[in-house]
Design a protein around this ligand. Sequence first.
Ligand SMILES: [Zn+2]
Ligand SMILES: [Zn+2]
Length: 308
Amino acid sequence: MASEQSDRTQVATDAESAFMTLSNNLRLEILLALWDAPGFSLSFSELRKKVGERDSGSFTYHLSELQDQFVAKTDDGYELQYPGHRVLDAIQSGVFHDQVTVGPVELDEDCRECGEQLTFEYDTDYIARIRCPDCGNRALEWPFDPGGIADRDNDAIVAAFDRRTELIWSCALDGICPFCAGPVDRELTSRVHEQGACIGVIEQLERYDEYFARDHPAVVAVDCERCSFYSFIPVGVVLLTRPAVTGQLHEADIDVQETPLWDLGFVVDSDAVTVQQRDPMCVEVSIPDATESVAFTVKESLTVTTKD
Ligand SMILES: [Zn+2]
Ligand SMILES: [Zn+2]
């Protein structure tokens, strides 16, 4: 524990020095100017002109503070480095300075509970919500960045949310953190009912009550060993990450490429998920909209087999 604490202290100290370096308007303007430039590179005088700094001493000082980590000196001038790109990417995601709302936007897909039209909504808590305005069914909810809203019409926003959520889920289910690239622990986990009381591990987490798929009998818990990414993913999403399975689904008339996540019954429908065995965990996922009866077995190791 002591070494974990000192590791954390060291990380905080290193990060503090990087954040301190960036906590200056002129320095951020220098990064933005290089980002705008062809080849992410400008000569000293071009760069100074771009940021419009009259005081040469001040400009030189702030540029030198960025050097070696965010900006490199080259034969032609100054060039943005990978950490500089990542700082700008984080800024452009909009999560630090943008608060936007969208919707409700009516979608083409219907609520699986009551048949009414589903809607997409995006709020200032950075969560995109696909829900039914009629019965309140929460089909799918996941964080989305304001960068996903800018420069897109409503149809494109909804499509981007669907695609990005699937990419994040697939990446995490493959054990790679979509945010920091660190290793992700994955655990097929279920609610345990004993004498009417739920005593599963996930029941102890307050956040789980907020989770849109909290009524599913099993979910995959994902937890990054490195950053704060921690969440639950519907078990049916595991099927989407297995080409052999998506091939079989295609034969049963389920087009996983064309159908948004919230219209895939095996992803969002709690009735499609059945816990077969608890130790080790084994879950059956049926395919509600298939033209023929198909079901898959997902094991603790997240291997998928066709159910006979
Ligand atoms: Zn409904
Ligand atoms: Zn991570």
